[in-house]
Design a protein around this ligand. Structure first.
Ligand SMILES: [Zn+2]
Length: 139
């Protein structure tokens, strides 16, 4: 977890992890907390986690990223280490307007780790480079 999230958000994610480890579910209180801190993205993010849409992609060179399959069927690349997502919502409401902490994809990455619902995928260095290049072209 990095320092870009406010302490309250980090605390909440820790609680989610704990609740999940102990009861395999998120309590209603935590759900309300998530909605309060992250807004409507929280429920969308939980849906993404339920649908196992988050994949942690690694390659032998040690590069790593998260691929999140959005509800529209398009997939986005997230880097939790530098708090970035390739989706339009992130560029618009997080970077430009600064009115949300993160988009639902990055939140889904955090939640999937807390809830151990993250898929693992290992690809070759070359595939990783291609993946990063093709994403840049799309912008
Ligand atoms: Zn996003």
């Amino acid at each position: 977890m990095d320092a870009v999230l406010p302490a309250v958000a980090e605390e909440l994610l820790k609680e989610v992890k704990k609740s999940y480890q102990e009861n395999l579910r998120i309590t209603d209180e935590l759900l309300l907390g998530l909605k309060f801190v992250f807004g409507p993205s929280a429920l969308h993010a939980l849906d993404l986690v339920d649908q196992l849409s988050v994949t942690h992609v690694t390659c032998p060179s040690g590069r790593t990223l998260f691929q999140v399959l959005g509800s529209s069927g398009k997939s986005y690349i997230c880097y939790s280490s530098c708090h970035y997502c390739s989706c339009p919502a992130f560029a618009f409401s997080v970077l430009r307007k600064n009115d949300s902490l993160l988009c639902k994809h990055i939140l889904a990455v955090y939640l999937s780790q807390a809830m151990k619902a993250c898929q693992e995928l290992t690809i070759s260095n070359q595939q990783m480079s291609q993946m990063l290049l093709s994403k840049d072209d799309e912008k």
